[in-house]
Design a protein. Structure first.
Length: 131
């Protein structure tokens, strides 16, 4: 499925993931990957439903929270997106993309000071990584 995702062959990736879920219906990683795949296909509502299932199966999984924050951001549901991005950003060493998404969510919520703070942290993270 990863190769299809990298090649942006999301329909084929989705088929592969559905087949895997036929055998392992409660696998939170497969559910998360399917949610990400559906997001890439602009099937956001379906993605959110699948991602919530993944979160229930393995509560607190960073990757699921990241994908949920992104999908909810895309639907302009900034209140729920903010809830999930805060979970991501509260973990040790969030990456640059997490801070950028957090900035976008804060900007969507018209919280300019928070958006600027998060964009600055994204910049600082990138600078620290690149030395």
């Amino acid at each position: 499925a990863d190769a299809y995702h990298e090649a942006q062959e999301y329909e084929i990736e989705g088929q592969v993931l559905h087949e895997a879920l036929d055998h392992f219906p409660d696998d939170p990683t497969m559910l998360m990957r399917l949610g990400r795949c559906l997001t890439c296909q602009d099937r956001i509502d379906e993605a959110i439903e699948i991602l919530y299932k993944a979160d229930i199966k393995k509560e607190g999984q960073l990757r699921v929270h990241r994908e949920l924050a992104n999908a909810l951001f895309l639907t302009c549901d900034h209140t729920r997106a903010e809830r999930f991005i805060r979970m991501v950003l509260s973990r040790p060493e969030p990456d640059m993309d997490d801070w950028i998404l957090g900035g976008h969510i804060a900007l969507q919520d018209q919280d300019i000071p928070l958006a600027v703070e998060r964009y600055k942290k994204a910049n600082d993270t990138a600078y620290a990584y690149n030395g």
